[in-house]
Write a protein that binds this ligand. Structure first.
Ligand SMILES: [Zn+2]
Length: 308
């Protein structure tokens, strides 16, 4: 079965929801690297969260969730673009041992120095435009709590998340209460209690139930008494956006001196994508070309005018 994201709305209310199953994409992420269960659960949940938030935004670009951890997990990165193409990776500290049941705080915030950033990187950036980045406080025992708090603080939006992942499955449910701008959004008898009911019913599903039940069954089980507007399902999938050109740009940013040093040591640069494992080789000639293809504008720019 392919991965699915199902959006729905409670009839005559400002409550919207999304259920997602990205198990297939999550298993593909793990073809490259096996993770200890506690790390896998967290990364899988982050992937589900990224898909839910991405589908929820009117934003043509990529959501990047990045945690720089100070515990056994050094780095976790999840990206999801507007077409719901996902990729993810995690890096553990050398020799790190992670036992089952290790908590989020123990994994990435052991000394209170973990950093979690959510970046919105527009697909069509204007020249000089910087991606938007928000810092997420790592104040909770689960990814869902941490993101709920962030959404409340940064967007003033009531958002509830239920996430569950193991090494096979990654699923999630998002509920959101939209602001009623001037009370005009609804006609006639507005269902003002829908939010309370939606959250209360969702709170009855256990973590294990979310892991073991497909999302259509879950929607039925939770909301069979409700009138829902159900949208066309969307299909998230794993896809890596790496390319030879992007790797070349990264090498260019390191600078010619650094590259020459590395070439002198290694003879050839071998780069493997952290997300998909694709291999990129740059020999001396390839590297030389990186630095001679600079545009005329670069060549004539006076040294004092360069931006760093
Ligand atoms: Zn890649």
């Amino acid at each position: 079965m392919s991965d699915t994201l199902q959006k729905f709305m409670f009839d005559n209310s400002l409550v919207r929801g999304e259920l997602v199953d990205i198990s297939e994409a999550w298993r593909q992420v793990q073809l490259l690297r096996a993770y200890p269960p506690a790390v896998g659960a967290m990364l899988g949940e982050m992937m589900a969260a990224a898909a839910l938030l991405s589908a929820n935004l009117k934003f043509n670009g990529t959501i990047v969730m990045q945690i720089h951890g100070d515990g056994p997990v050094k780095l976790m990165v999840v990206e999801c673009d507007a077409a719901l193409k996902l990729r993810a990776t995690a890096k553990l500290a050398d020799g790190a041992q992670v036992t089952d049941g290790t908590t989020l705080q123990q994994l990435v915030n052991r000394h209170g120095e973990g950093r979690f950033a959510i970046t919105l990187d527009p697909a069509d950036k204007l020249p000089g435009q910087q991606p938007y980045q928000g810092m997420v406080a790592l104040d909770g025992e689960s990814i869902s709590t941490v993101i709920e708090n962030y959404m409340m603080r940064s967007e003033q939006l009531d958002t509830k998340l239920w996430l569950a992942a193991d090494l096979q499955v990654a699923r999630g449910l998002l509920l959101q209460k939209l602001p009623d701008e001037g009370g005009k959004a609804l006609s006639g008898e507005a269902d003002t209690d829908a939010w309370n009911r939606a959250v209360m019913l969702a709170s009855t599903i256990s973590h294990d139930e979310l892991l073991s039940t497909d999302i259509m069954t879950l929607m039925q089980r939770l909301y069979w008494e409700e009138t829902l507007r159900v949208f066309e399902p969307l299909h998230p999938a794993f896809r890596c956006s790496c390319s030879r050109e992007k790797v070349g740009n990264m090498l260019k940013m390191l600078g010619k001196a650094e590259i020459d040093d590395a070439l002198a040591d290694l003879g050839k640069l071998e780069i493997n994508c952290d997300f998909c494992g694709r291999h990129y080789g740059f020999d001396k000639v390839d590297c030389m070309q990186l630095f001679v293809t600079s545009t005329l504008t670069d060549a004539v720019q006076p040294p004092g005018n360069q931006q760093h």
